[in-house]
Write a protein that binds this ligand. Structure first.
Ligand code: TXA
Ligand code: MG
Length: 318
């Protein structure tokens, strides 16, 4: 199969929708990272996602919807979901809710769990694509499982070359870091994956505090299978919180004190800017000339928590 990059215009989005409706996979931009989409109600198409990414089948996918009305057809809605959806959708937050018996979402897409991860994305290409398909789209990040997430069409090409027919090019994604995943299927909401929307923003919206469970279990049960172990990783060794650097290391810097030759996530220590540069710079550093990467400390506050989560997982050894 030859992978084709399509410029993100209306004709090409229609073409991509036709491909999706015939059971093919299409990578497309969202405001966070590029997603690898299949029609969420089509088991065979969803199975192709797991195959193309070499993703373990126990790791469920996020289902992308056009609007709240369509979401409510598939899952049991509640007041917390309503508050968060009103504040942050369309946008970078994913809600875990209990699946309705009548739901048409592929059971494979949610890895056989009783819950489904739902999100209404804000990117215009994602929105038009879902609209044109007339169905929700299941989409994990469009990269080989465990490796660096894609923030532009070339990143997708590098990772999924000739495994999928189309990539819609919407240039670099604005946010550059994945959505926050929050479990609303139990009485107490819990953040399962820190992301662009911070804990503080969530608490302000729902007016009470939430727990963070970024481990992958609640003692015995795996509750967010995608949060296990190593992830987001370059092919070369990487260490974090580095304040001194070795001769052969490439430095991923942060703030005004970074060495001049370092790639700097943000000279002005701006966490939004650092989030949007994170995967882009890791992709740039992840090539044959690099022996190892040293990352300077990022403050563990606000968006820094999600950035550090990605860096920590990326730096884990096999
Ligand atoms: O920003 C994003 O969220 C991007 C764009 C494409 O929307 N998508 C994304 O998908 O990051 P992915 O597959 O890379 O990450 C989905 C995360 C995984 O950690 C997965 O385990 C978790 O969501 N997840 C999905 N369904 C779940 C469920 N029912 N219960 C618990 N965790 C779930
Ligand atoms: Mg991913």
């Amino acid at each position: 199969m030859i992978t084709k990059i399509l410029e993100g215009n209306l004709d090409n989005i229609s073409l991509a929708a036709t491909a999706l409706k015939s059971g093919k996979l299409v990578a497309f931009p969202t405001e966070t990272v590029y997603g690898l989409g299949a029609i969420a109600t089509d088991d065979d198409a969803v199975a192709k996602i797991f195959k193309a990414k070499s993703r373990p089948s126990f790791n469920p996918l996020i289902i992308h919807f056009k609007n709240i009305l369509d979401v409510k057809k598939e899952v049991f809605w509640n007041d917390t979901a309503e508050a968060l959806a009103r504040t942050f959708w369309p946008g970078p937050i994913t809600l875990i809710l209990n699946r309705k018996n009548t739901s048409k979402i592929s059971v494979l897409a949610s890895a056989g769990l009783k819950t489904v991860a739902v999100r209404v994305p804000g990117h215009y290409i994602a929105k038009i694509l879902i609209q044109e398909c007339g169905a929700p789209i299941a989409a994990p990040s469009a990269n080989e499982s465990g490796l660096i997430s894609p923030t532009d069409a070339q990143h997708v090409m590098k990772s999924l070359f000739n495994k999928i027919p189309y990539i819609i090019d919407g240039r670099a994604t604005k946010i550059g870091l994945e959505s926050t995943v929050i479990d609303l299927s139990q009485d107490a909401p819990a953040i399962l994956r820190p992301g662009y929307i911070t804990k503080e923003q969530i608490e302000k919206s729902i007016k009470y505090s939430v727990t963070v469970n970024d481990g992958s279990t609640n003692g015995t049960n795996v509750i967010s299978p995608g949060m296990i172990n190593k992830h987001y990783s370059p092919n070369v060794p990487m260490r974090i919180n580095a304040t001194e650097f070795l001769k052969n290391e490439k430095v991923l810097g942060f703030g005004p004190k970074a060495p001049t030759l370092a790639m700097n996530l943000s000279y002005s220590s701006n966490l939004d800017e650092a989030a949007s540069n994170l995967f882009k710079f890791l992709h740039k550093l992840d090539h044959s000339d690099t022996q190892s990467i040293a990352v300077m400390p990022i403050p563990e506050v606000g968006l820094g928590i999600a950035i550090n989560d990605r860096l920590r997982r990326a730096s884990l050894k096999d």
